[in-house]
Write a protein that binds this ligand. Structure first.
Ligand code: NAP
Length: 307
């Protein structure tokens, strides 16, 4: 149960409330949270006055920002829009959070790194985005910090999938039902992340913040969160097809071939290594992080039930 410092319900403004992650945040919100939902077209995060007005009227305890311009390749041509929503608008939210003394939970990405590191990325590693999307998300992190807000959690995540969104798992299932062969990139590695686990991580951080017994000096700051373990997109696709077969989904594909990034050119450059070091998150929360392969199975079990 989550409560605020006056032991009443925690009032949470959920921004981007209809998106893939936000749908899971709505499902996983613990008892004691009252969620207030904001999304397009009624609410535009890029409208500074609207953001200020809505949030100063509501006076939430917490703002969870799941809204973003998430079209990674589209951002290469819609640079101004991506920078406005992922960058400047995060500053508007942060200013509103300061005005009402709310905690801001903001979701960011592995794309703030260039992927050239050997080994897992920690929060202390230098950022160096290699795409417009990555630049825009990093500028959002910076806009937040530059407002002087102290009560924030920036949660960077990677390779997100879950119900109610277009994502790699659903794309592979669609292609596997339709084609005999698939060619999938094998020289980019990362950690798939189930929205259910990320939503739980958000509430774990908030419960640490709300805990009167908390011994942590100040829990706020940047955290990396993805499912445990890593794989290439090719290995992820093989696991998806394996799950699909075991769930008796219509799978036609007979062969999946590993290919290099250069064989599948896309407008935006992706980091070759997206693996996160999650020591900071695990040390603060004391929580184990589920393995990506186990969470993929969990997703398929839930998917079966909801179909
Ligand atoms: N998906 C991934 O693989 C991935 C990986 C790493 C990090 N992330 C981050 O995780 C977060 C959640 O991603 P997601 O995949 O759940 O995103 P999503 O499904 O694309 O949801 C984003 C939501 O934000 C809304 N939105 C966009 N512009 C808005 C605006 N100006 N005002 C208000 N709402 C707006 C969208 O509405 P419309 O649909 O109407 O545009 C949508 O409902 C994002 O911050 C993303 O950058 C995602």
């Amino acid at each position: 149960m989550l409560v605020n410092s006056s032991s009443r319900e925690l009032k949470v403004a959920l921004i981007g409330a209809n998106g893939m992650l936000a749908q899971m945040v709505r499902e996983r919100a613990p008892q004691g949270c009252s969620l207030h939902l904001f999304d397009l077209p009624e609410f535009d995060l890029a409208d500074h006055d609207e953001v200020h007005e809505m949030l100063t009227k509501l006076v939430p305890d917490v703002i969870i920002n799941c809204a973003a311009y998430t079209n990674v390749d589209g951002a290469e041509t819609e640079q101004a829009l991506a920078m406005e929503i992922n960058g400047a608008a995060v500053g508007y939210l942060s200013k509103a959070a300061l005005a009402v003394d709310a905690t801001l939970v903001h979701i960011s990405t592995d794309y703030v790194f260039d992927g050239k590191k050997v080994g897992a990325y920690s929060e202390a590693d230098e950022t160096c985005p290699v795409s417009v999307y990555g630049v825009s998300k990093l500028s959002g992190e910076q806009a937040l910090v530059n407002t002087g807000l102290k009560k924030y959690f920036i949660l960077r995540t990677s390779w997100l999938y879950g119900p109610g969104g277009s994502n790699f798992v659903e794309t592979i299932l669609r292609l596997a039902a339709d084609r005999d062969e698939l060619r999938i990139i094998h020289d980019q590695i990362g950690s798939p992340t189930y929205t259910g686990d990320l939503a739980d991580a958000i509430f774990s951080l908030l419960s640490i913040e709300a805990s009167p017994q908390s011994t942590a000096p100040d829990p706020h700051g940047v955290y990396h969160f993805a499912n445990e373990g890593s794989c290439s997109w090719y290995e992820f696709a093989c696991a998806i097809v394996e799950e699909g077969r075991s769930q008796k989904l219509p799978i036609k594909v007979r062969e999946i071939y590993p290919i290099n990034t250069s064989e599948y050119p896309l407008p935006a450059t992706r980091p070759a290594n997206s693996v996160f070091d999650k020591t900071k998150y695990k040390a603060l929360t004391g929580q184990e992080v589920p393995l990506w392969r186990d969470s993929l199975h969990t997703y398929f079990c839930g998917r079966e039930k909801s179909n």
